[in-house]
Ligand binder design. Structure first.
Ligand code: AMP
Length: 219
């Protein structure tokens, strides 16, 4: 199965992608995670990438396509993958097509802006091991301390209130048009994802099941 996950920041793409990847035994490819790892390692473009990410700005399409192409050429991607956070622009979607990266399903997570803002404000991450938390739905057992490694649990720089507003604006302007792009390709699968991760996963599985069941023409 070759899937892309679309939806605003804070829609729950990362959590859903992990579940789907485990369920279908396909790699979860998150450009955000790949970029954060690259920034930690340092190097030529790390400083500029870090600055743009902290501001919630998008990185250049050619850079993104280069790292995704590299990742998709690895053998574990041959049978399928779930792309999380890419494409984020129509140019990236066209770039994926140009490198032959098939998209069989484009799952669009439908979440209203007000819920996105609430969720992102409550989002936390372990500065040491990267485990994600949410103060509302999944807080660490001990305040500000990671359950996994005991590291400090902090806010991501790009989850600051003004940055959340900027990221939403960029989403509506740059990324939301991808819904029409994939609708035109006949692969768009919108699902409601405004409550729990479990409900979003169940909605996705139902939608996949419905699509794979051949229509009898009898209603
Ligand atoms: P994410 O973890 O998916 O929210 O991504 C964090 C940040 O990484 C984004 O706000 C962007 O700055 C950058 N980023 C991740 N994926 C992309 C992409 N496909 N295109 C451009 N920038 C990206």
């Amino acid at each position: 199965m070759k899937i892309v996950l679309l939806g605003p920041p804070g829609a729950g793409k990362g959590t859903l992608a992990k579940d789907v990847a485990a369920m279908f035994t396909i790699p979860h490819i998150s450009t955000g995670d790949m970029l954060r790892t690259a920034v930690k390692k340092g190097g030529a473009t790390a400083e500029e990438a870090d600055r743009l990410m902290r501001q919630g700005q998008l990185l250049p399409d050619d850079l993104i396509l280069r790292i995704v192409k590299e990742r998709l050429s690895q053998p574990d991607c041959a049978a399928g993958y779930i792309l999380d956070g890419v494409p984020r622009t129509v140019a990236q979607a066209q770039g994926l097509e140009a490198i032959g990266a098939t998209v069989e399903k484009a799952v669009l997570l439908l979440v209203p802006d007000q819920i996105v803002i609430l969720r992102m404000t409550a989002r936390r991450v372990c500065a040491q091991c990267g485990t994600g938390y949410n103060l509302i739905s999944m807080p660490p057992k001990k305040e500000d301390v990671c359950d996994m490694c005991g590291g400090p649990v902090i806010s991501r720089a790009d989850d600051a209130p003004q940055t959340i507003a900027d990221r939403l604006k960029i989403y509506h302007h740059e990324t939301a048009p991808l819904a029409d792009f994939y609708k035109g390709r006949g692969v768009l699968l919108p699902i409601v994802a405004d409550s729990t991760p479990q409900k979003a996963l169940a909605a996705l599985l139902r939608a996949l099941e419905k699509q794979s069941t051949p229509s009898t023409g009898i209603h």
